[in-house]
Design a protein around this ligand. Structure first.
Ligand SMILES: [Zn+2]
Ligand SMILES: [Zn+2]
Length: 348
């Protein structure tokens, strides 16, 4: 058994280094996981560039990574797992007894810990490390035919399943998604599964829109030059639901502006921190249901099942794989939207 782990550790903006961390004795109630694969998320990219994402600011060195999978190599105490189990790792650890947990909304847990996130201080370290720790409840076993790469993407798929659930019954409805990154695209796949009849994807970059078309978008709209095309469409066939995934004030304003009277806007994107101007009177005058969607709850298990039975092809989003040891370069690659959708780190 090795006594150290090599972890992709962020020290400040654009300062990500592979750093050796000592592995302590495994505490009772914990399991040690050998890294299998890790998806690079938009929030990892924000941390990498700015040492913050939204209102979460990196205050001390942070190991990135929350879309992760691997092999159980050590178990402290009893657990419903055994050494050698291959697992998708849910990055959230919720308490199970606060008001939100008791209401069945564990993503809103008051005592939640989330791997690779600066939402709390001290930060909870992430999983871009060749060994990391979890509690057994975070580990969902995957069948042999599921690759670590696919299992790592259960996390972003869970985010999108949750967002679609927040929209309510979308069967037969018409929707629009602002932002054609991995979360936008997986939201589209999840919306299709939930019976949404027609999904338009809007973005300001041509490459991700072309990808959306290949993945089955009903329509794509490039809104870089304005929203006239979108507005024209919305007049003839109004949008019932808008998903804001771009994490921009313009995206949220567009979602509120374009959705039909009485429609639903789901905000998944993490906007820049602080106060964001929004056309709030439209929320009132159109009686829009503006709903937040934050991470996910029990959808994680559902995401693993959908991947295992091939219902959602998460690997269709992967544009590059890089070894964990090359994490800094892999993050730079992921930031280039002209060539990257999802970049996945592998064990080696
Ligand atoms: Zn993520
Ligand atoms: Zn709780």
């Amino acid at each position: 058994m090795t006594s150290t782990a090599l972890a992709a550790t962020l020290f400040g903006p654009e300062d990500l280094r592979m750093v050796e961390h000592p592995l302590g004795k495994l505490a009772d109630g914990m399991v040690r996981v050998r890294f299998g694969a890790g998806g690079i998320c938009g929030s990892d990219m924000h941390y990498f560039r700015h040492a913050r994402t939204g209102d979460f600011v990196v205050k001390s060195p942070l190991v990135l990574g929350h879309e992760i999978s691997g092999e159980v190599v050590e178990i402290g105490g009893a657990a419903n797992l055994k050494v050698g189990d291959r697992v998708a790792v849910n990055p959230s650890r919720w308490c199970g007894h606060c008001v939100a947990c008791r209401e069945g909304r564990p993503n809103l847990c008051e005592n939640i810990y989330f791997m690779g996130s600066a939402s709390k201080t001290p930060h909870m370290q992430g999983g871009f490390a060749n060994y990391f720790e979890a509690i057994p409840a975070q580990c969902v076993k995957i069948p042999d035919h599921v690759s670590y790469q696919a299992a790592a993407l259960a996390e972003p798929l869970a985010v999108c399943l949750h967002a679609v659930a927040r929209a309510g019954n979308i069967e037969g409805k018409r929707g629009i998604i602002f932002g054609a990154g991995p979360i936008g695209l997986l939201t589209m796949l999840a919306a299709h599964r939930a019976g949404m009849a027609d999904v338009t994807v809007a973005d300001i970059a041509p490459a991700p829109l072309a990808f959306a078309t290949r993945l089955g978008a009903s329509h794509v709209e490039n809104v870089a030059g304005g929203k006239e095309g979108l507005k024209a469409q919305a007049v003839s066939r109004p949008y019932d639901v808008a998903f804001e995934v771009s994490g921009t004030a313009a995206g949220l304003a567009s979602a509120i502006g374009i959705v039909r009277r009485g429609g639903v806007v789901v905000q998944i994107g993490n906007l820049p921190g602080g106060q964001i101007p929004t056309p709030s009177n439209a929320v009132m005058a159109k009686e829009i249901d503006l709903r937040g969607s934050f991470r996910f709850g029990f959808e994680f298990m559902n995401a693993v099942e959908l991947i295992a039975d091939d219902s959602v092809d998460v690997l269709s989003l992967v544009t590059a794989e890089r070894p964990l040891s090359a994490a800094p370069d892999a993050l730079r690659l992921a930031l280039d939207r002209s060539q990257s959708v999802k970049v996945v780190l592998t064990a080696n």
